[in-house]
Structure formats: structure tokens, C-alpha cells
Write a protein that binds this ligand. Structure first.
Ligand SMILES: Cc1cc2nc3c(=O)[nH]c(=O)nc-3n(C[C@H](O)[C@H](O)[C@H](O)COP(=O)(O)OP(=O)(O)OC[C@H]3O[C@@H](n4cnc5c(N)ncnc54)[C@H](O)[C@@H]3O)c2cc1C
Length: 438
């Protein structure tokens, strides 16, 4: 089958722009055979390949990647390694579901931390925690207070911060209250993804700049690119939202586009005005109306705001200028006194959601396993999905596979254009009903 839609990198990623130049791995050339092929070099594909190599040290594993590691969604996100569910829920079932997610997410964080430390990956990895923030009394009452109660029920450590104390921690008067939890990791996601790609075990070959344009799934798997092909009996599918282009999981995915900007580093004088020393990260109580922000180790501020439905997985060339202006205005509103600080980079990336928040994990056919649909929490979900897909495929006993399977499967979506109408209506409702959190 021909692959209809390929990923397209618009070369705007602010995280990778701050890094030294990197030589990508060789393009797939000639006809190659392997024991395993992994499609995609994001968190899921890189974790799957590393684990396959560990489980099958005598096997040859080939990872095929359309672009370059660190330029994909995995390299252009906000760099939060999330260890807690955003919404916990208070029933026993929901609390048990939260425990399962936390076990999985913390395994992924420990795994990534181990790889970062063992290989000396320089990605500003830090267990800085995060602030879950409200900007209105209503958001505090409706979301933060229940969240605090749920953390109590889970026995999770947290700190409740409000008013002047919160202003001092974040350097902004914009926020009403926050719940700080210590388990979240912050990092430069492009540096992490590049480091993961460049430290793969010896029995893994990564081919970058090698978009797969044709695939055959008879007698094993053959993936064809412009300059070569790879044939293997078994495949781990880790192309996230693009996996439907290969005929898998039709009508399961919602494709959204998310936008982010990074300022230039604050000068010494600006840092004095700003008044906060250490890095921090915050997530909003409402993902549609609110803003995700970070203060980075190199003294930049990240604004991640704007989620749009984008079933075609493309951005128009003229969109980013308007997004940058909007992000600059949001920055000015939040950081009075820093109006001279410009947005140095603005970029967009695609996220793949399912209607019910479930991952697409497990066997797709007897010789193809899936680790896709990370529901915008791919640092941890992609990593544990990749590891556990490799364990499932190689028969390695791992009790966490049952936790993963308990997360369910993506629900079937209505056909378009009914889907489009429904999603647009839901987005408008979310923005309107949560406008107090903007
Ligand atoms: C702006 C933004 C902010 C975000 N913030 C966060 C955050 O703070 N924390 C968090 O956990 N998540 C965040 N996310 C989501 C997170 O980035 C994704 O969930 C995660 O990167 C998905 O990882 P993945 O490995 O599944 O997919 P990807 O990183 O998308 O990797 C899939 C790979 O498959 C390759 N591929 C696809 N088709 C082909 C083909 N035909 N041939 C060859 N290769 C192909 C692609 O090139 C791609 O590299 C954010 C996303 C965005 C866009």
C-alpha cells in the first residue's frame, strides 16, 4: 500500500534551535533485512527499540524515521514528564486507575532518567515538579480543591499555594492558586529525544530522513522509502497519529495542533526585575482556555497556548506570525515589567488523542504491535507504551502490561463530517464555559 500522508517538519522548533548542530543517522539505503522494524523515532519508537535490543540481544532492530529525532512531536513539546493524571476522580475505581497510571508513568520517568544518567544526555533533566494553576476563584473551587482532595485520597504529596506566596514562586500576579506536586520532570525535549536516539544499543540501526512511502504486510513486513527498503518478520508501530496512514486503527484518532513560543533568554537586568531564580513549570486547570508555561534553566519563558482540531495534520505557512503575536500578548499580561522580552521562536506540533483518552496499545496483527495514541502526555505515555509493546511482542513477563491493558482501547469516532461538527462544537463550548480560566 502507498502511504497517503507523510509528516512534514516546518523547521521552527525552538528547543532544537538552542542546541548544537547534530549529524543525523544515515538515510535508509538499499534493501535491508532485520529481525524487527520499528516505525517512528519519538518516545514510543525509541523506547521500544531500546527494550527490544535488551530483550533480544542477538536480534537486529531497524528504526525508520521520516524526519530527524528531536524535530518530531517528541522534540517540540513543552517538556513535562507527567507522573500524575490531570483528572483523578474520587471513586475507588478512579483512584485505582490513577494508581495504575502513576505506576506506569513513574516507571517511564525512572527509565528515562536512567538512560539520561548512563549516557550523559545533556537535556536539562530536572525533577522540578509542577504547579497546577487556576486563574479564577471558580477554577480554584471547581478544579483545584477537588484535585487536592483526590491527592489526599491517593496519599500523594502536594503543596497548596495561593496569593502572594504563589506570585513569589512564579513571578507573576496572574494566578489565584496552585497545587504543586513534586514528581513531574522538566527537560529540553529536543535534547532528550536526540540523546535517546544517539545512545541506542549496538544492535539497533536508526535511519533518519527516511519517510516510508509504501508498506507491504504479507509474509512479514516490508517498508519502502525513496532509497531503500527494510524487511522484517515483526513490526512495532510507533508513528503515533500517522499510523492510520498504514491502514491501522481507522476512525480512532483526533488530530489536534498545539502551539508554543519561547522567549529569548532574559538578561541579567531583566532577571532582577523578574525576581525568580529557579526553573518552574505550570499546567492550567483547563487545557483549552488556559496556558502551559515554563521558566527554563537558561532563563527563557515558554508559552504553550492554543489547541485546534486539525484532521489534515498540516499548518498553513502564515499561521505562526499571528500565534506569536497572541503569545506575546499573553506573556505581557502575565509578566508586567518584561515587555521588552521578545518571543524568539514560535512553533506548532500535532497531538493524537482518542475520544476516551485510551492508548492504542497491543497487537494489531499476529506480527505487528502498536504503541501509539499518547493523548498529549507522550513523554511518559509514549515511553511506557514503547517499553511494554516490546515486552508483549517478545513474551517478556511484566506485570505492568496488565496496568497498560486496563487503560482500555480508543473508542470508534463518528464519520466525518459529523466528527468535525462535533469537535468544533465541543471546542467552542470548552472555551466559552472556561473563559474565566483564560
Ligand atoms: C506543542 C506541544 C506540547 C506538548 N507538551 C507535552 C508535554 O509537556 N508533555 C508530554 O508528555 N507531552 C506533550 N505533548 C505531546 C507529546 O509531544 C506527544 O504525545 C509525543 O511526542 C508522542 O510521541 P510518539 O513517539 O508517540 O510520537 P512522535 O514523536 O510523533 O513520533 C512518531 C514518529 O513517527 C514518524 N513517522 C510518521 N509517519 C512516518 C512515515 N511514513 N515514515 C517514517 N516515519 C514516520 C514521525 O516522523 C515521528 O517522528 C505536546 C505536544 C505538542 C505538539
Amino acid at each position: 500500500m502507498k502511504i497517503g500522508r507523510l509528516p512534514k517538519d516546518d523547521k521552527t522548533n525552538g528547543w532544537s534551535a538552542a542546541l548544537p548542530d547534530r549529524n543525523p543517522h544515515d538515510v535508509l539505503t538499499g534493501d535491508v533485512t532485520a529481525d524487527w522494524v520499528v516505525l517512528g523515532a519519538g518516545y514510543a519508537g525509541l523506547a521500544a527499540a531500546r527494550r527490544l535490543a535488551e530483550n533480544c540481544p542477538d536480534h537486529k532492530i531497524v528504526v525508520v524515521e521520516a524526519g530527524q529525532a528531536g524535530e518530531n512531536a517528541s522534540g517540540r513539546n513543552s517538556g513535562f514528564g507527567i507522573d500524575l493524571p490531570h483528572n483523578v476522580g474520587s471513586s475507588l475505581d478512579e483512584l485505582e486507575g490513577s494508581h495504575r497510571f502513576m505506576r506506569l508513568a513513574r516507571m517511564a520517568i525512572d527509565h528515562l532518567e536512567g538512560v539520561v544518567e548512563t549516557n550523559g544526555i545533556s537535556c536539562d533533566w530536572s525533577r522540578a515538579g509542577k504547579f497546577h494553576t487556576a486563574v479564577s476563584p471558580r477554577g480554584t473551587r471547581d478544579v483545584l480543591e477537588p484535585f487536592r482532595n483526590e491527592l489526599e485520597a491517593l496519599g500523594e504529596p502536594y503543596e497548596w499555594i495561593e496569593g502572594e506566596a504563589l506570585r513569589k514562586r512564579l513571578g507573576s500576579p496572574h494566578f489565584t492558586a496552585a497545587v504543586y506536586t513534586p514528581g513531574c520532570v522538566l527537560m529540553n525535549p529536543a535534547a532528550l529525544t536526540q540523546g535517546l536516539a544517539d545512545s541506542l544499543p549496538e544492535n539497533v540501526t536508526l535511519c533518519e530522513n527516511s519517510p516510508v512511502t509504501e508498506a507491504e504486510f504479507r509474509n512479514g513486513v516490508i517498508l519502502k522509502t525513496a532509497n531503500g527498503s527494510v524487511r522484517a518478520p515483526k513490526l512495532i508501530m510507533a508513528a503515533n497519529g500517522f499510523s492510520e496512514q498504514f491502514g491501522f486503527l481507522p476512525r480512532r484518532f483526533l488530530h489536534l495542533i498545539a502551539h508554543a513560543s519561547l522567549t529569548r533568554p532574559l538578561t541579567e537586568a531583566e532577571r532582577k526585575i523578574y525576581g525568580v531564580e529557579g526553573e518552574w513549570g505550570l499546567t492550567p486547570v483547563n487545557a483549552f482556555a488556559g496556558i502551559t508555561m515554563r521558566y527554563t534553566q537558561d532563563h527563557r519563558i515558554l508559552i504553550r497556548q492554543g489547541l485546534d482540531y486539525r484532521p489534515g495534520q498540516r499548518i498553513a505557512p502564515n499561521e505562526q506570525a499571528a500565534i506569536q503575536r497572541r503569545h506575546k500578548q499573553l506573556f505581557d499580561d502575565r509578566f508586567p515589567g518584561l515587555e521588552a522580552v521578545e518571543m524568539e521562536h514560535t512553533w506548532s506540533g500535532f497531538v493524537c488523542l482518542s475520544r476516551n483518552g485510551a492508548p492504542a496499545f497491543g497487537p494489531l496483527t499476529p506480527n505487528i504491535w502498536s504503541a501509539v495514541c499518547q493523548n498529549a502526555v507522550g513523554v511518559t505515555k509514549g515511553t511506557f507504551g514503547g517499553i511494554l509493546a516490546a515486552d508483549l511482542a517478545t513474551g517478556r513477563d511484566n506485570p505492568l502490561i496488565a496496568d497498560m491493558q486496563s487503560l482500555g482501547e480508543p473508542d470508534l469516532l463518528p464519520p466525518r463530517p459529523f466528527l468535525d461538527l462535533g469537535v468544533h462544537a465541543r471546542f467552542r463550548w470548552e472555551l466559552w464555559s472556561n473563559r474565566h480560566e483564560a
